[in-house]
Design a protein around this ligand. Structure first.
Ligand SMILES: C[S@@+](CC[C@H](N)C(=O)[O-])C[C@H]1O[C@@H](n2cnc3c(N)ncnc32)[C@H](O)[C@@H]1O
Length: 317
């Protein structure tokens, strides 16, 4: 039996209240195909029966499974390439210099799907920055979907998946063949930790990050949700850190305390800073991520390719 308009609207509301993902009415066709397996697993006849079951309560694991099933998980190794080029040629060398005293580097990939994005960063670091071998390098991938997280933790990919974005030499250097699949070597896998995190719900404590990737997920949220997530992400990002969003996700029309910097063929966003003088000296923000209000005091080179959006001020989450 086809879904009634009221059922489609109800499912759209379940999805948006759980994951923030906004489904248009035209995407209603996706509901049947994505939710049939969920209905089947739950022992229900079809999606209509699934809707009837969901309507019995406001919150259940079934609601969660429905919203997870409706997420778009498209990803690939070294997706869009240019951000990784900027990481290799500019950002990592700069951070290695500025963090040489602590020898700590922290990267957060929010909405990491089944792991290709954080693993691309781990591979990049392993292949191009041997000097980081004795550093404490932390790459954390988070996602809403248990299914994606489980696959990410396995680090096992099909020939098709590794064929998308991984040069043959990198594949051989970093993976082992297992039947027709490829499994990441332990030395790559152990650089990355995966955690469940819904960006639209209260966040667990996130340690301060030098780099935040939050790519190709903002497009699924409405503007207030996007704004709120980005504001919170900026509290996790260190004042001299780097924020990447997806190629089609511009932040220029949003009121955020960041500026855009062009690096090669990509753009990165960076917290605004207030330049201090001895008379108005403001204590440097130690970037505790969730720390008390403070103003970032970080020296930075000026660049003609930056555009200031507003001033960076830290607020508690
Ligand atoms: C299109 S993938 C992007 C993956 C990767 N960042 C990339 O650019 O290749 C979007 C991911 O966002 C996740 N996602 C959607 N809504 C989310 C939410 N509210 N909280 C956390 N993750 C979410 C989905 O589960 C999916 O894995």
């Amino acid at each position: 039996m086809p879904l009634a308009i009221a059922d489609i609207d109800y499912l759209r509301q379940v999805v948006s209240s759980r994951s923030g993902n906004v489904l248009t009415q035209e995407q209603g066709y996706l509901l049947e195909s994505r939710l049939s397996p969920v209905a089947q697993t739950a022992g229900l006849k079809d999606v209509v029966a699934l809707v009837a079951e969901l309507r019995k309560s406001n919150a259940s694991t079934l609601h969660e499974r429905v919203s997870e099933a409706m997420t778009i998980n498209e990803t690939s190794f070294f997706r869009d390439m240019h951000p990784f080029q900027a990481m290799r040629e500019s950002i990592l060398p700069a951070l290695i210099e500025s963090r040489k005293a602590t020898k700590q580097l922290s990267i957060w990939c929010a909405a990491s799907s089944c792991g290709q994005e954080p693993y691309s960063l781990a591979i990049l670091i392993r292949e191009h920055f041997p000097q980081l071998a004795d550093w404490n390098v932390r790459i954390v991938g988070t996602d809403l979907s248990d299914e994606m997280l489980a696959k990410a933790r396995l680090g096992r990919y099909t020939q098709f998946e590794v064929g998308r974005g991984l040069p043959a030499k990198m594949l051989i250097n970093n993976f082992l063949r297992l039947g027709t699949d490829w499994v990441l070597k332990d030395e790559v896998r152990r650089l990355v930790e995966f955690r469940k995190m819904n960006l639209t719900q209260p966040w667990p404590f996130m340690a301060p990050a030098d780099i935040v990737f939050i790519r190709n997920v903002l497009i699924y949220f409405d503007i207030p949700t996007k704004q709120s997530i980005l504001n919170r992400a900026l509290r996790v990002l260190r004042p001299d850190g780097y924020l990447f969003v997806g190629g089609s996700e511009t932040l220029l029309n949003m009121n955020l305390p960041i500026r855009r910097e062009a690096i090669g063929a990509t753009a990165v966003y960076r917290p605004n800073v207030v330049v201090t003088t001895p008379s108005n000296s403001i204590a440097s923000n130690s970037a505790r991520g969730l720390a008390a209000p403070a103003t970032a005091s970080v020296s930075r080179p000026t660049s003609t390719s930056t555009s200031t959006l507003s001033t960076f001020t830290r607020k508690p989450t």
